[in-house]
Design a protein around this ligand. Structure first.
Ligand code: SF4
Length: 147
């Protein structure tokens, strides 16, 4: 069984997690790395604590105590307005400090966000396809389903 924790962007801290939970069930977006028949349990869900993300230092420990073996950053970090500028640093820190893999992304990128971000020069420069390759495997129909 896989056990995962999710860290969301604090700007969306009131989010109920609907898209993330749905995508986990559907093995969509970054959750496509798990086989449909694989049991994946969510053992932690929190936010970064607000810019510049102080909670990232501590919250993985709590998730790991609950058995987490992978941490996901929510898709909102990738397609927020603006996207989180610290994704690479957060990922490197958690993987170095806690020796646990970090996957950037949860649910598929909603098509309406993808379309808008594609127009933004700075988004292109952030090289999100390199940071979150799993999120760029969804086709338009799947992204549209998460609008
Ligand atoms: S942009 Fe990054 S550091 Fe700022 S609140 Fe969102 S996830 Fe946290």
């Amino acid at each position: 069984m896989k056990k995962i924790g999710i860290i969301i962007c604090a700007r969306y801290q009131s989010c109920g997690g609907g898209k993330c939970f749905r995508a986990l069930k559907e093995r969509a977006g970054a959750f496509s790395i798990y086989e449909p028949e694989e049991d994946v349990q969510l053992v932690g869900y929190s936010n970064c604590g607000g810019c510049p993300g102080g909670n990232v230092e501590y919250v993985p420990e709590e998730m790991i105590k609950n058995g987490a073996d992978t941490i996901h950053f929510a898709t909102g970090l990738v397609v927020g307005y603006p996207p989180c500028p610290y994704i690479r640093e957060f990922k490197e820190y958690i993987e170095s400090r806690y020796n646990i893999p970090v996957v950037v992304g949860t649910h598929p990128i909603p098509l309406k966000y993808y379309t808008e971000h594609e127009k933004l020069s700075y988004w292109g420069k952030m090289d999100m396809q390199d940071i979150a390759p799993e999120l760029f495997r969804d086709d338009e129909a799947k992204m549209k389903a998460y609008d």
